[in-house]
Ligand binder design. Structure first.
Ligand code: NAD
Ligand code: GLY
Length: 374
């Protein structure tokens, strides 16, 4: 299968996203011309390191590039402030100079963390993304949002800092647990719902095959997602207009669900986005913005692939008692809320999303009460 290239056009900071099988084994040859020196430090996590770490380092060696590796624990805890401090010291232990390049090998956690480390190490060094989850391949590795968490919330300390290259090796998804794959698929479907109804139709017809491992369809889904994200990021890199904010479809609801479940394993970020998108479309239909048939399609497709779109299916054995007031409080604490005003991405239909700060709170509460009772 040929390698697909998606350019991200950002004047002096443009870069390519390469998508295809076996790219980990070609990382050295594909990146060597971009490196300021033949020295990289790979940052990865304890799950991904034994799966792909040696192959990546060997591919750098083959291209004459010296690669050290720093491994962090798997999971969101590696984005804590203290963990970031430990990573920076581990990187400095390698005695890097400003020409070193960091390489993020892992999911969104490793990508966000390594990107922020690159933005701040020696006041800024280059970095490359080698995303290994579907979520990271279609969303977090593209667009330069990097950051870590604090006790005040997720991703509240960070930087816009673009990678020099993204290498999305489609075969690494074969080892990804199905639940993680599904969480990433919610982000794929999101691009259809934002502004690409034809891609949403494609998702309805092909989503199950993407999840079952059909290589051609997987590559197509990743490529289309990256094209959408690249287009939006190129037009609004720093989210200064509402354009990039559209990528937050499902996130106001999703953030509240994640906050209520403690940002832990009971609800993965992508799962929260999936449930949140269904709720955003339900709210859009409830206030008369969107045909109810479109909202029903969204809910039906996401549920049909196995995403937990009903609140009562969230939380595994730790079923929650949901509370509309608490969910609304979480929404107010979301960093998208401006001066306490809730910000939502709603839609006039599939592929017709828009940002609004004018949501009727009674309608929102009514929707949440219905969702809790369903
Ligand atoms: P993750 O990085 O925690 O990865 C999920 C799990 O899968 C981890 O345990 C990881 O070790 C494991 N894993 C990764 N690749 C694997 C593979 N190929 N085979 C087997 N196991 C593998 O989670 P994620 O969903 O990739 O990312 C979530 C993070 O991304 C959150 O911190 C979120 O805030 C961030 N995010 C950032 C952006 C952005 O624009 N920067 C966008 C969306 C999400
Ligand atoms: N994931 C949202 C963004 O990159 O803007």
């Amino acid at each position: 299968m040929t390698v697909r290239t998606v350019p991200v056009s950002l004047a002096g900071r443009s870069y390519d996203i390469l998508i295809g099988p076996g790219l980990i084994d070609r990382a050295g040859e594909l990146s060597v011309a971009l490196l300021p020196s033949r020295r990289v430090i790979v940052v990865t996590d304890e799950t991904v390191a034994p799966l792909y770490g040696d192959r990546l380092v060997a591919s750098f060696a083959k291209a004459g590039i010296a690669a050290a590796t720093v491994t962090v624990p798997a999971g969101e805890s590696s984005k804590e402030f203290a963990a970031f401090g430990r990573l920076m010291n581990a990187l400095l232990d390698e005695r890097p100079d400003r020409k070193v390049t960091l390489v993020a090998l892992g999911g969104g956690v490793v990508g966000d963390l390594t990107g922020f480390a690159a933005a701040t190490l020696l006041r800024g060094v280059d970095f490359i993304q080698v995303p290994t989850t579907l979520l990271a391949q279609v969303d977090s590795s593209v667009g330069g949002k990097t950051g870590i968490n604090t006790r005040h919330g997720k991703n509240l300390v960070g930087a816009f800092y673009q990678p020099r290259l993204v290498l999305a090796d489609t075969t690494v998804l074969d080892t990804l647990p199905r639940r993680e794959l599904l969480a990433g698929y919610a982000e794929v479907a999101k691009y259809g719902l934002i502004d690409d109804p034809a891609f949403w139709d494609w998702c309805e017809a092909n989503g199950a095959a993407v999840l079952a491992g059909d290589a051609a369809r997987r590559t197509y889904a990743i490529e289309q997602s990256c094209r959408s994200k690249a287009r939006i990021v190129a037009a609004d890199e720093r989210e200064t207009t509402d354009l990039r904010a559209l990528l937050n479809l499902g996130h106001t609801f999703g953030h509240a669900l994640e906050a209520e479940t403690g940002f832990g394993p009971d609800l993965l970020h992508g799962e929260a986005v999936g449930a949140g998108m269904a709720m955003a479309f339900d709210l859009s239909a409830k206030v008369g913005l969107c045909p109810p048939t479109d909202a029903a399609r969204v809910r039906r497709h996401l549920a049909s692939v196995g995403l937990p779109v009903r609140l009562r299916t969230i939380g595994g054995d730790n079923r929650r008692t949901w509370d509309a007031t608490r969910l609304i409080e979480h929404m107010r604490g979301d960093k998208k809320a401006e001066a306490g005003k809730l910000t939502f991405i709603l839609a006039n239909g599939i592929g017709r999303a828009f940002v609004t700060r004018e949501v009727d709170e009674a309608a929102l509460r009514g929707l949440l009460d219905t969702a809790i009772a369903a």
